[in-house]
Design a protein around this ligand. Structure first.
Ligand code: F6R
Length: 268
């Protein structure tokens, strides 16, 4: 894991935008894995800014989102499709026909939908760069603690903690779904690069468990210890429980020199 600690959340988003932009500018048919939630909103804002400044085009980009609530229509304001349109897709030149979410509408079989989503990712050539946030309980996507580290896209029941954490996004009398479709942990590990962003003190324990804890289904993000190319972007608050911060800083100083010479990616 490459762990990079920034002063604040804005710097985290700016650096994440550089990773995305370099991939899109270097690869002819990039495939992005995308996340929703509060954390990536400022990343998407930065990408929109780059597009508006003619520094970036999403014309050839395909995207796959991590998750979507079960049985929620795309027109529902709480759907992740709606979130993606609002925060990114409506503001850039991406072809919406090539933006995918693991939807499962009323009456559809979630198992068949999960398999079909996996197949679609494969047909697109696999995800080049997967953007991730992290839950306060260590979830990635909606892979809650106890999720199989070998899991694939499927239906998941959200934990009480996740429902409480996300209740801030729902109005008092609004229906909050308890089931979602999510890429599995093995699906995420298939991505060539993983870029996880975490900001705020609330994430600090999950961040510590992910980086320095044992590999365990109780902290699904710890599975990223098994991934060859994971970059973790943190603000100071999210990094506050890490004991090896000095080493990460030192290692990052070396990486910056290498990246300046050879680019951020090994293979693009
Ligand atoms: C969102 C997702 C989740 C979030 C996580 C953090 O698509 O898969 O894993 O990344 O719940 O959410 P925020 O950023 O709202 O704290």
């Amino acid at each position: 894991m490459q762990i990079i600690i920034f002063d604040d959340a804005q710097q985290v988003a700016a650096n994440a935008a550089e990773w995305v932009a370099e991939l899109i500018n270097k690869k002819s048919n990039p495939v992005l894995g995308l996340a929703t939630g509060s954390t990536p909103i400022s990343l998407y804002q930065q990408l929109v800014n780059k597009y508006q400044a003619n520094q970036l085009s999403f014309k050839n980009t395909t995207s796959f989102n991590l998750d979507e609530y079960l049985g929620i229509n795309a027109s529902n304001e709480q759907s992740y499709r709606h979130f993606m349109n609002e925060n990114l897709f409506d503001h850039v030149d991406i072809d919406k026909n090539r933006t995918f979410l693991p939807t499962c509408n009323q009456g559809e079989n979630p198992r068949a939908q999960g398999l079909a989503y996996e197949e679609k990712i494969k047909q697109a050539g696999g995800v080049d760069l997967q953007i991730l946030g992290i839950g306060a309980n260590g979830h990635i996507g909606f892979n809650e603690p106890t999720s199989s580290l070998a899991s694939r896209t499927r239906i998941k029941t959200l934990t009480k903690q996740t429902l409480t954490d996300n209740s801030r996004l729902f109005k008092q009398d609004e229906f909050q779904p308890t089931l979602a479709m999510t890429m599995g942990i093995a699906t995420i590990l298939d991505a060539r690069y993983v870029l996880l962003m975490a900001t705020g003190e609330k994430k600090s324990q999950a961040v510590k468990d992910m980086i320095a804890g044992p590999l365990s289904a109780m902290c699904p993000a710890s599975a990223l210890q098994m991934h060859e190319n994971t970059i973790v972007l943190l603000d100071k608050a999210a990094a506050s429980k890490l004991e090896e911060q000095e080493y990460y800083q030192w290692a990052n100083d070396q990486n910056i020199k290498i990246n300046q010479k050879f680019g951020l990616y090994h293979n693009y």
